[in-house]
Design a protein around this ligand. Structure first.
Ligand code: ADP
Ligand code: MG
Length: 432
């Protein structure tokens, strides 16, 4: 929950009518226009939006690294002129000094704040420990993994003790495990107020990440870069990506980002047919989905269907089921014979395999058939159910297609690592 600021108190940060133009007439364009945004002490805010919508520019304006072309940025009520001494940006990749050790890299930030040597040393040690790098004080950056280097960067940013910590896609350059660990570390430090920082503003293109961390999500659009709207995330911490409420929030944010308003009907249980929401699953192999989405991503997110079919060569007849699967999973939509990637599709195309699995498992759960099987297994005492049970239950809906539908749902569920199928017993069971 967002702490209400004291009545009359100025928010930490307030932007009104902020614009930033780049270039010169006639080639001038607005990277940002009409930006109104307030951030109060105690808030963790995430900025999401397509690439090029001005997210990084917005952080630069807030930290005073660039000046607005119009409007004003106020910090604690004061109009910002020049660099904002109370805000720090942490970039996607940190530039550590290669000739300094971990500890020294953190100490330089304290030195810049004129902290005296003995205190500097002690404080740097504390910070290094706080980010989980105890034992690596005298290691050099080249001896560390990417994730560890990012931690040094965090420690250094915290050494500055900014009131407002701005993070620009801080996890996107990391492998999935390091990203997850560091995300956990950050939210833990933040929630137990272990850092003196009063507010965090984080840019991410990963909507799940935003829903995991933020109190409020600000959605941006481009051409010109602007704020479309914002939403509060009322979920309690720790947040679980597989929770229905979590996924519903993710959906709402995707809908806002893509300009969709209607979302799929919410699912509530038992036999899908009873709810009248049974839709045939396309017989698509999800293994082949990544390749398709990658191809479209490489074409700026818009792929001509006939040409995509050609590219599939002998597998051309897999295209339509794949396209339908991509639509059902919220990765893409079809428009005028083109397959157009949605933000989730971009994320999927660019993600590493473990991240893809995670994305798929969340999304597959929103497919009625898959969800129904999953929930049935969950309700079962030993979490194993005969495949036949499902086939029979669906007979009324699908007739002779019932078995094929179950098999496809099982393939999807297995791919998403939601459940497993044992050939010998012909039973389904929950994964793990
Ligand atoms: P995002 O971080 O959302 O991807 P950016 O803030 O980096 O977006 O960029 C917004 C737009 O402004 C883009 O079209 C980008 O090319 C342009 N832009 C960013 N920085 C500059 C610059 N220094 N000079 C000219 N154009 C820029
Ligand atoms: Mg950026």
């Amino acid at each position: 929950m967002e702490p209400a600021p004291a009545p009359g108190a100025a928010p930490l940060l307030a932007l009104s009518g902020v614009a930033k133009a780049y270039g010169r007439a006639p080639r001038q364009f607005y990277a940002l226009r009409g930006i109104d945004l307030e951030i109060a002490a105690g808030e963790f805010v995430c900025l999401v939006g397509p690439s090029g919508c001005g997210k990084s520019t917005l952080l630069r304006l807030i930290t005073g690294l660039v000046a607005p072309t119009g409007g004003e940025v106020r910090y604690r009520g004061e109009r910002l002129a020049g660099v904002n001494p109370h805000a720090t940006i942490v970039f996607q990749t940190f530039a550590l000094f290669p000739w300094l050790t971990v500890l020294e890299n953190v100490e330089v930030a304290l030195k810049a704040r004129r902290v005296e040597p003995p205190e500097r040393h002690a404080r740097a040690e504390q910070l290094v420990e706080l980010v989980g790098l105890a034992g690596f004080e005298s290691a050099y950056p080249r001896e560390l993994s990417g994730g560890m280097r990012q931690k040094v960067g965090f420690a250094r940013a915290m050494a500055v003790e900014p009131e407002l910590l701005c993070l620009d896609e801080p996890f996107s350059a990391l492998d999935v495990l390091s990203a997850e660990a560091l995300r956990g570390e950050l939210i833990e430090l933040w929630l137990r107020r272990a850092m003196s920082t009063e507010a965090i503003l984080m840019v991410t293109h990963n909507i799940e990440e935003a829903v995991e961390l933020a109190d409020r999500i600000v959605v941006m659009a481009k051409d010109p870069g602007r704020i479309l709207g914002e939403m509060h995330v009322g979920l309690r911490h720790p947040r679980n990506r597989k929770d229905v409420a979590f996924q519903a929030m993710v959906d709402r944010v995707y809908a806002a980002v893509t300009g969709r308003t209607a979302t799929e009907p919410e699912l509530i249980g038992t036999v899908p047919g009873a709810l009248g929401i049974t839709r045939r699953l396309p017989h698509a192999r999800l293994e082949a989905l990544a390749g398709l989405l990658e191809k479209v991503a490489a074409e700026e997110g818009r792929g001509d269907l006939p040409r995509l079919a050609q590219a599939l060569g002998p597998h051309a007849d897999e295209l339509l089921p794949l396209v339908e699967a991509a639509e059902r999973l919220g990765f893409a939509r079809v428009e005028q014979g083109d397959l157009i990637l949605l933000p989730a599709g971009h994320t999927y195309a660019e993600a590493t395999i473990p991240v893809r699995k995670e994305l798929i498992s969340g999304r597959a759960l929103r497919v009625p058939l898959v969800r129904w099987i999953y929930e049935t297994l969950q309700r079962d005492d030993d979490q194993r159910v005969d495949r036949d049970y499902f086939v029979e239950a669906l007979r009324g809906e699908f007739g002779d297609e019932a078995a094929a539908q179950v098999d496809t749902a099982v393939e999807w569920g297995r791919y998403a690592e939601l459940f497993a199928y044992d050939k010998d017993s012909d039973q389904l069971s929950l994964e793990g």
